[in-house]
Design a protein around this ligand. Structure first.
Ligand code: KG4
Ligand code: ZN
Length: 333
């Protein structure tokens, strides 16, 4: 029996991405056309600009992905696309394209929750599929701790009550007049800074639950800035990053211990952060927990994770109804 092939499209925000995945977890192609340079001049993503620019990219990218994978459209067993959450006008481009292909080819279609894509991405391309774990999803739009029992069986343990972790990185970077997106810039500058130089708040660290709050930290940076002189940027980046990472790591370890799981996973754009990766590695090691970090190339938005979530669903017999619309506020749990 041939191994199932999924072609997936991701257009929830400003990356146009297409991937081809072969069961069980082999990424045959993962193409990403970034629009970062287009949005940089505005200091953030402009939805109208994003959706307009997905359109001319989507078809050539599908062709490049298929060529790279060494297959053609009739070989594909299942078409998939991100259904939400995200920017509606951006989602619609990839979602409609994948649906159209599914109808034209007479193949099944699966609409994928972007957050499920992130949550399952640490298992890609690895030897083993999803197993009971606590997953930290840290992206530009979401910060969540999720208990995974099996594919499709998720329990929300906690989430950010205000800004997402990536949003905090981007907003603090803007205060420091760094270019968009700010996360990678802060990560880079922090490497030359002293993380203990500024004593910044670790909100809700002792709240006793698994929720997060990052807006107070951002405000603390805003009030501190006018008082600083000279070359403080690297120290401030390091101190801010350390505060975010401390909160994320400590809450995740506690959530894993209370949930009684042996495995922690970390995914989403902020999981590319070098300090988060090293501190989470240290802390899980010390706590006797296993750790799976999404690969850096699968941390930020990509279609391979969407294809993988779709493949797991496909193998469970799930199929999406073609009358189902994209949903900018789609919930994971
Ligand atoms: O998952 P993602 O690509 O898009 C969303 O689903 O939101 O995450 C994007 C976020 C941005 O806020 C970006 O600044 C952040 O991930 N990010 C980072 C790093 N790389 C990307 N934050 C901190 N350190 C990084 N190295
Ligand atoms: Zn994302």
């Amino acid at each position: 029996m041939s191994r199932s092939l999924v072609l997936a499209i991701e257009t929830s925000c400003d990356e146009t991405a297409v991937a081809v995945l072969q069961a069980p977890r082999q990424i045959l192609a993962s193409e990403i056309a970034s629009q970062i340079d287009l949005h940089k001049q505005y200091g953030g993503v402009v939805p109208e600009v994003a959706s307009r620019n997905h359109l001319p990219r989507i078809r050539p990218l599908i062709e490049v992905a298929l060529q790279g994978a060494g297959f053609s459209l009739p070989n594909i067993d299942c078409l998939a696309a991100t259904r939400g959450p995200g920017l509606l006008t951006s989602l619609l481009v990839g979602y409609s394209a994948a649906k159209g292909l599914a109808i034209g080819l007479g193949k099944p279609f699966i609409g994928v929750n972007h957050l499920e894509g992130h949550l399952l991405s640490p298992f890609l391309p690895g030897p083993d599929g999803p197993s009971p774990s606590v997953g930290l999803i840290v992206s530009g739009g979401h910060t969540m701790l999720v208990r995974l029992t099996a594919v499709g069986r998720y329990q929300l343990l906690g989430r950010s009550l205000d800004d997402a972790a990536g949003e905090a990185f981007d907003k603090v970077a803007k205060l420091l007049e760094l270019s968009y997106p700010g996360g990678p810039e802060i990560d880079r500058l922090a490497k030359q800074g002293n993380p203990k130089k500024f004593d910044l708040p670790r909100s809700m660290l002792k709240s006793g639950d698994f929720n997060f709050s990052f807006s107070g930290l951002k405000t603390a940076v805003r009030y501190l800035l006018p008082k600083l002189q000279g070359d403080f940027q690297a120290d401030l980046c390091a101190s801010f990053q350390e505060a975010v990472v401390d909160i994320l790591v400590q809450k995740t370890i506690r959530a894993a211990k209370i949930s009684g799981v042996d495995l922690v996973t970390v995914s989403g754009g902020v999981s590319a952060n070098s300090r988060l990766r090293s501190k989470m590695t240290e802390a899980t090691g010390a706590a006797g927990l296993d750790l799976k970090l999404a690969r850096p190339s699968l941390s930020t938005d990509n279609a391979a994770m969407i294809a993988y979530a779709a493949l797991e669903r496909y193998q469970l017999g799930d199929r999406s109804d073609l009358s189902e619309d994209a949903d900018p506020n789609l919930k994971l749990v």
